[in-house]
Design a binder for this molecule. Structure first.
Ligand code: AMP
Length: 215
């Protein structure tokens, strides 16, 4: 499986990428997770990107492409699901070129469509587990015990860029730079659109049913 997940911040890309990884054994490559890990570890990359991420702007393409190149090389024969990459046309074209070199083009770009009004509520309600990566939402899919991960019991955290000001900018950046990718993949005949409304399990089943058959 070689797919890209497209959609606004908060559309559920991370949640769906994790489910795809669990069901199909594919590697999930989330540039947001990789960058957050670099910030948390205080690496030179992390120090460079921290303020950019907190402002909700995009990290320079060259830095993100370095991360992606390494991870794609590590993804096994079962393939990969990309979450949060590509984020603009230059990244999409770089990805096309990288995969063409390997003779393994993308199979699909899955666009998870969500109403804009729903997005802010989703993002501000989002909580995640720093220990195991599980994702919750205090409104729509809360943990059984307030503030604690159902799976491993760790204390849930909120992303520092999930505050209302940064969210507004992230949505503006999305509209300007990332939304045009829907057209890019439509032209390539690779676009699949799935409604992101409803509970994550139902979205997942609809997504799986819409995937092209084959490996
Ligand atoms: P995400 O977790 O995908 O919402 O990403 C969080 C933040 O990381 C974004 O707001 C950007 O600052 C940065 N980021 C993640 N992926 C990319 C990318 N492909 N290109 C540039 N910046 C990115």
């Amino acid at each position: 499986m070689r797919i890209v997940l497209l959609g606004a911040p908060g559309s559920g890309k991370g949640t769906q990428a994790k489910r795809l990884a669990e069901r199909f054994g594919v590697a999930t490559i989330s540039t947001g997770d990789l960058l957050r890990a670099a910030v948390a570890a205080g690496t030179p990359l992390g120090q460079r990107v921290k303020a950019i991420m907190e402002a909700g702007e995009l990290v320079p393409d060259a830095l993100v492409l370095d991360l992606i190149r390494d991870r794609l090389a590590e993804a096994g024969p079962r393939g990969f699901v990309l979450d949060g990459f590509p984020r603009n046309l230059a990244q999409a074209e770089a990805l096309d070129a990288l995969l063409a070199d390997q003779g393994l083009p993308l199979q699909a770009a899955v666009y998870i469509e969500v109403d804009p009004e729903e997005i802010v509520r989703r993002i501000t309600g989002r909580r995640s587990c720093p220990a195991c990566g599980a994702i919750y939402n205090v409104y729509s899919s809360p943990p059984a015990v307030d503030g604690r991960c159902d799976r491993c019991g760790a204390e849930l955290t909120q992303r520092s860029d999930d505050n209302e000001d940064t969210v507004r900018n992230r949505l503006a950046v999305y509209e300007r730079q990332t939304a045009p990718l829907v057209e890019h993949y439509r032209k390539q005949g690779r676009l699949i659109t799935v409604s992101g409304r409803g509970d994550p399990e139902a979205v997942f089943e609809a997504l799986v049913a819409a995937l092209p058959k084959g490996d």
